[in-house]
Write a protein that binds this ligand. Structure first.
Ligand code: SF4
Ligand code: SF4
Ligand code: SF4
Length: 270
């Protein structure tokens, strides 16, 4: 097995240029939105809106102001599939079309995907979308074809500030810890790493954030789908048991009233 590779997205060095998104589209031959669907979303300079079947990378723009709006800052986050260690999408796929590669990344095999959309609900980050045209689930592959020939992913190569660092995950984590320490010493009190082992066993694509995860639209504590489903199962089973008990009680009381009627009829006949 090859080494476990991934990416560190250091949001402190991102300038929101979107070169990563363009490189992704170009390398993976992903179309732009149809002309009649291009619109201003009113979300700062973000007109992609979210990850989708044709947007495997999406740069988020977050504008922050102080109370009297005399000061402001922009935060950017270049988002994609996180290639999770515990991948909800893989767990729920009924045809095993989502596989873990020799690089420890998460890859959708389009020949076995049946477009059932289970993985769409299985991913806690809203990464996957099923293409209406191709009929299969779509997401970032971490440029699997490039990894196979020893190249880094297209987005990492295109990034002009090295905000996207590609490499072996343990080394990237050490790099992130060093940068976190440096930023804290410079007064960035809320800086943190998102994607250590506490988040779904570790994210191969992880982030150095300047603020809390929810500021960037990332869940604080993402869950695997079966954990949520366990709750639903418990409720369903409890509901079924309660319905059964009520039905039994109703049946018993009906039988008792029939028996009382029959006894009365018998008494009258005597
Ligand atoms: S981010 Fe979502 S789509 Fe990507 S590996 Fe994790 S669960 Fe799967
Ligand atoms: S790793 Fe490749 S597929 Fe994934 S976002 Fe970057 S360019 Fe796109
Ligand atoms: S190419 Fe790099 S700097 Fe530009 S938006 Fe993407 S991650 Fe940020």
């Amino acid at each position: 097995m090859a080494e476990r590779v991934g990416m560190l997205i250091d949001t402190s060095t991102c300038i929101g240029c979107k070169a990563c998104g363009v490189a992704c589209k170009e390398w993976n031959e992903l179309p732009m939105a149809p002309e009649d669907k291009v619109e201003f979303k009113g979300l700062s300079y973000d007109n992609q809106g979210h990850l989708s079947d044709t947007n495997w990378r999406h740069v988020k723009f977050i504008e922050q102001f102080n109370e009297d709006r005399s000061d402001s800052r922009w935060l950017f986050l270049s988002d994609s599939c996180k290639h999770c260690q515990q991948a909800g999408c893989m767990e729920v796929c009924p045809t095993n079309a989502i596989i873990r590669t020799e690089f420890d990344t998460v890859f959708i095999d389009h020949d076995t995907c049946i477009g059932c959309r289970y993985c769409v609900t299985g991913c806690p980050f809203g990464v996957i979308q099923v293409s209406d045209i191709k009929g299969t689930a779509q997401k970032c592959t971490l440029c699997y074809d490039r990894l196979q020939v020893g190249e880094q992913p297209a987005c990492a190569q295109a990034c002009p500030t090295d905000c996207i660092e590609f490499g072996e995950v343990d080394s990237l984590m050490k790099l992130a810890e060093g940068r976190e320490k440096l930023l804290k010493s410079q007064g960035y009190d809320n800086v943190r790493i998102y994607g250590k082992s506490d988040i779904l066993g570790g994210l191969n694509v992880f982030y150095l954030l300047l603020d809390k995860p929810d500021v960037y639209g990332l869940p604080e504590n993402p869950q695997l789908p079966q954990k949520n489903m366990m709750k639903s199962y418990t409720f369903s089973i409890a509901g079924m048991v309660a319905t059964g008990v009520l039905a039994l009680l109703a049946f018993r009381s009906r039988r008792m009233s029939h028996k009382a009627d029959a006894d009365q009829d018998q008494d009258k006949a005597v």
